[in-house]
Design a binder for this molecule. Structure first.
Ligand code: GDG
Length: 478
């Protein structure tokens, strides 16, 4: 927590940086103290932790939205970073963020699990806001600086920024999946977005399949030549596209997991829900891509079939509120809550619910206690770029206990072949895999968890950031 306030220290005005991150959100949240002063608190996100060392070493700058539609605060310095807020009006939030980003691109890039809406006014807002971010980056970047643009909200920034500042080295990383040509080709602005991304020197994806989709699309829709991970542009530039699977700060989570108070809290959680033999856990933003309904449905059928009893296993589902003004999310919430109500009505007892459902946000320490309490972690997205929850669970199981059920459609499935892999669309398979996980022999569970931890420890978030940035540094000079 800091004592920075609006209108206070403005040491950073006009400063330029040799390393610039551009992301939809700034890595800080605005909080109001009891005395009414406005302060900033660093957000718990993994990205800021990952980039912290590079930010400090290079006096890095971070460009992003502060999360409110008030007048954007002046640039300020915080925790070794120069933060440059970009203003979004209420209309921008509605059209660029909730509209084009979250009701067009998000469902399109996630296998059209929900139908995307294509609206021209949303697209215009997306272009305008992307330009605002690009202009802010152009002002803040020093001559020849490295600029790292993040995620689907800002896919036009690389091209827009290069047009203003051809001296920069620009990287882009997409945190979500990149769809195959059959789906992507529906997008009315499909060429513009590809050109936007190709403004970067290096385009990073979570999975190799996403990078191949992108390379194929540049051939099909733009007619460019490609060779392995390279795209050859008509102006002579060469853009590289490949996968850099994101990770987490394993050490930080393990440290919290090992605290005695965390173990105490994990024990308390188990007692509070009626001390079942096995706890199954899901932690997700409440999002239709995460397969929350699918897993609860499968669990309910197991209870209904008599293959499981509520004494034997209970489910805890944390569904963190997300994008609450987007209609599809409101509908999803109703569906999930109806289902949970029905399951509990049928199979719960006083003091022992079949499903404990929490539609609230939690402290990180509470999430870690839940990871410690869970015998089986159930991660069943219908499509997911990576899924950090799966990695966080593995990080917390320092004693090599616990079983991970993991969807084939999460990026994490590429790395954790020892998980109990599942196709969440196949309810019978999901039921079988849940039972298998609940009844897995402890020695087998340990063998699997040990192998997954070995991989995770070697592939943490520092390695991810360093490998992207060293490849970007080595990119052909513009
Ligand atoms: C996108 C991609 C990709 C959840 N509830 C609370 C809370 N969380 C934290 C989790 C985890 C993060 O949020 C969720 O990360 P995921 O990776 O699971 O999912 P998305 O939000 O969809 O992220 C995804 C990711 O970007 C990174 O590239 O892996 O595929 O969709 O860290 O722990 N954190 C706190 N309270 C909560 O209530 N503090």
């Amino acid at each position: 927590m800091t004592t920075e306030s609006y209108g206070g220290r403005r040491s950073g005005l006009g400063r330029v940086s040799s390393f610039v991150v551009v992301a939809n959100r700034l890595p800080v949240d605005r909080v109001e103290e009891p005395d009414g002063t406005l302060t900033w608190r660093r957000s718990p996100g993994g990205l800021v932790t990952a980039l912290d060392p590079v930010m400090r070493a290079n006096k890095g700058a971070w460009i992003g939205w502060a999360g409110t539609t008030d007048e954007a605060p002046e640039p300020f310095d915080e925790a070794g970073m120069h933060l440059v807020p970009v203003r979004l009006t209420a209309e921008d939030v509605e059209k660029y963020y909730e509209g084009f980003s979250n009701a067009t691109l998000w469902p399109l890039y996630h296998d059209v699990i929900a139908p995307p809406e294509y609206r021209r006014d949303w697209w215009e807002a997306y272009c305008q806001v992307n330009r605002r971010f690009a202009e802010a980056a152009a002002r803040v970047a020093a001559q020849g600086a490295l600029v790292w643009v993040h995620d689907y909200q800002l896919q036009l920034v690389p091209e827009m920024l290069r047009a203003i500042r051809p001296d920069l080295r620009i990287g882009f990383f997409l945190h979500i999946p990149f769809p195959p040509v059959e789906l992507y080709a529906r997008l009315p602005w499909r060429q513009a977005i590809l050109r936007g991304l190709l403004g970067a020197d290096l385009v990073g994806f979570q999975r190799p399949g996403a990078a191949s989709n992108f390379l194929r699309l540049t051939r099909r829709l733009l007619g460019y030549q490609t060779q392995r991970d390279r795209v050859f542009l008509p102006d002579g530039r060469v853009v590289r596209a490949r996968s850099f699977p994101i990770s987490i700060d394993v050490g930080e989570l393990e440290e919290i997991a090992r605290r005695p108070e965390t173990e105490r809290r994990a024990w308390e959680i188990r007692e509070e829900i009626g001390a079942p033999s096995k706890i199954l856990l899901g932690i997700d933003r409440l999002d239709y891509t995460k397969g929350i309904g699918e897993r609860i449905h499968a669990f309910a059928e197991l209870l209904g079939d008599g293959l499981l009893t509520p004494e034997e296993a209970t489910f805890i589902q944390v569904a963190t509120p997300s994008r609450e003004r987007v209609e599809q999310y409101q509908r999803l919430r109703d569906d999930v809550e109806l289902m949970v109500g029905r399951v509990n009505g049928a199979y719960g007892r006083i003091g022992r619910p079949a499903v404990t459902y929490l539609h609230t946000s939690h402290e990180r320490s509470e999430l870690v206690a839940l990871y410690r309490a869970a015998d089986v972690m159930v991660v069943t997205p219908l499509r997911d770029g990576m899924n950090l929850v799966a990695k966080e669970y593995i990080a917390c199981r320092y004693d090599h206990t616990g079983v991970l059920v993991l969807s084939e459609f999460a990026g994490a499935a590429d790395e954790f072949r020892q998980a109990i892999l599942v196709n969440p669309y196949d309810v019978d398979m999901l039921k079988r895999r849940l039972l298998e996980a609940i009844r897995l022999e402890p020695r087998e569970a340990t063998r699997k968890m040990r192998a997954m931890r070995r991989h995770l420890v070697e592939h943490d978030v520092d390695r991810w950031a360093n490998s992207f940035l060293s490849e970007l540094r080595g990119a052909q000079r513009p």
